[in-house]
Design a protein around this ligand. Structure first.
Ligand SMILES: *Cc1c(COP(=O)(O)O)cnc(C)c1O
Length: 392
């Protein structure tokens, strides 16, 4: 196996970004100082949200939203199996039950009309409700408590019909926008379309803090509560050793916040570079038979490219193809692997192949190609030429 010639992903760091981190190290404030406040303010400015709360990962942010939404043991939450595991895991942390709704094959986002049907059936109870629940292990109280859609690959979920269902059943919506910073849905910012939104900053995301995340919400009480939980359960007015709530250490340190602030101030530049790479891919891939890209729906008024994922015709053996590409030094990743078929999910809930056929089909046929804002056109050429040759 050759070492990769092209990295799978790469952060886009400037000298000024690096300098911003060094400057923090020349001060005594390494946690809960001015940088996190400035980083949070930048998110309020970017998204128009009333509150932004910095945390040390996207997963931590989603978990705090689950707590703020009052999701607890046995509660049912409508969500998608075509995602990164974190969107499900945060429900399991609180012993809530993810209720999966299969996705739209064009975009990979949750199918909003199917989600409405699930909500109605769950409200009706009995046999109608049971067909949406896992085969075993649910231990549910039967109460539908929230909706957790995911903005897949940088494209917002179809949030208007989802929020309509939420309003009909008085459910909070937690929007997992960890892949969609800066994306827009009908001109509105991803992450602000539900009650809570979360962004993430692992090094492959649109901006990075190393590890990190931000929650946005307009809800004053929830914001106070999540700030307290992030900081070991210390409520406003608590001293260092007073803990009103059971909390966590989900704080984002000042070095990370400084890097994030420098990056978010370059957001338009970073975003334009990713967009340019995506266009290079789209032009070249359009000419390769058997390969298609995910559709960008009409409600997506701005795409925020996170990864570049293609899917193949059913007749193409994706895994063998991936191996041949890797052998040529082109790194690729199957993306996503359906959550319900992960070993711990099968063990706990008894899921089987065939339970969510659209998700499984996308999971079998999809492949993420090397992608970042710092990729050169010649590298995109190299990936696409290798793909074309291996498909012949
Ligand atoms: C990246 C990501 C997260 C959060 O990941 P962290 O590594 O915890 O920051 C959550 N959901 C989705 C869909 C993601 O892609």
């Amino acid at each position: 196996m050759n070492p990769p010639k092209i990295p799978m992903s790469s952060p886009d760091l400037s000298d000024a970004d690096r300098q911003a981190v060094i400057e923090v190290l020349n001060t005594p404030s390494l946690s809960m100082g001015p940088k996190i406040l400035a980083f949070e303010k930048a998110f309020c400015d970017l998204t128009g949200a009333k509150h932004a709360i910095g945390v040390n990962s996207g997963t931590a942010g989603l978990h705090l939203c689950v707590r703020a939404a009052g999701i607890g043991p046995g509660d049912l939450v409508l969500t998608t199996p075509f995602s990164f595991v974190a969107s499900t895991n945060v429900l399991l942390f609180e012993n809530a039950i993810p209720v999966y709704v299969d996705v739209d094959p064009r975009t990979g986002n949750v199918d909003a009309s199917r989600l409405a049907e699930a909500a109605r059936d769950l409200a009706a109870g009995g046999a109608k409700a049971r067909k949406w629940l896992p085969r075993r292990g649910s231990g549910t109280n039967g109460r539908l408590k929230a909706i957790l859609p995911v903005d897949v690959f940088g494209q917002p979920a179809d949030m208007d019909p989802i929020c309509q269902v939420a309003a009909e059943f008085s459910l909070p919506v937690i929007e997992d926008s960890c892949e969609a910073l800066g994306a827009e849905y009908k001109g509105r910012q991803a992450g602000t379309l539900g009650d809570y939104g979360v962004f993430a900053f692992y090094p492959n995301k649109q901006i990075t803090t190393g590890e990190g995340g931000v929650i946005v919400t307009d809800d004053d009480r929830a914001a106070d509560f999540m700030r307290a939980l992030r900081n070991q359960g210390r409520a406003v007015g608590d001293t260092w050793l007073q803990h009103t709530y059971l909390g966590y250490n989900y704080r984002l340190d000042e070095m990370s916040a400084a890097l994030g602030l420098a990056q978010i101030n370059r957001f338009e530049e970073l975003s334009a570079k990713r967009e340019r790479v995506a266009k290079w891919y789209e032009e070249r891939l359009a000419e390769i038979p058997g390969v298609e890209t995910y559709a960008i729906g009409p409600a997506t008024t701005r795409m925020s490219w996170f990864v570049f994922v293609v899917r193949f015709d059913e007749r193409i053996e994706r895994d063998a193809l991936a191996q041949r590409l890797e052998a040529r030094g082109i790194p690729v990743r199957p993306y996503f692997a359906p959550i319900h078929l992960q070993p711990y999910m099968v063990e706990r809930f008894g899921y089987r192949a065939g339970d969510y056929p659209v998700t499984e089909s996308l999971g079998r046929r999809s492949l993420a190609l090397p992608f970042s804002g710092v990729m050169a056109e010649a590298q995109v050429d190299e990936v696409c030429s290798a793909l074309r040759e291996e498909l012949q």
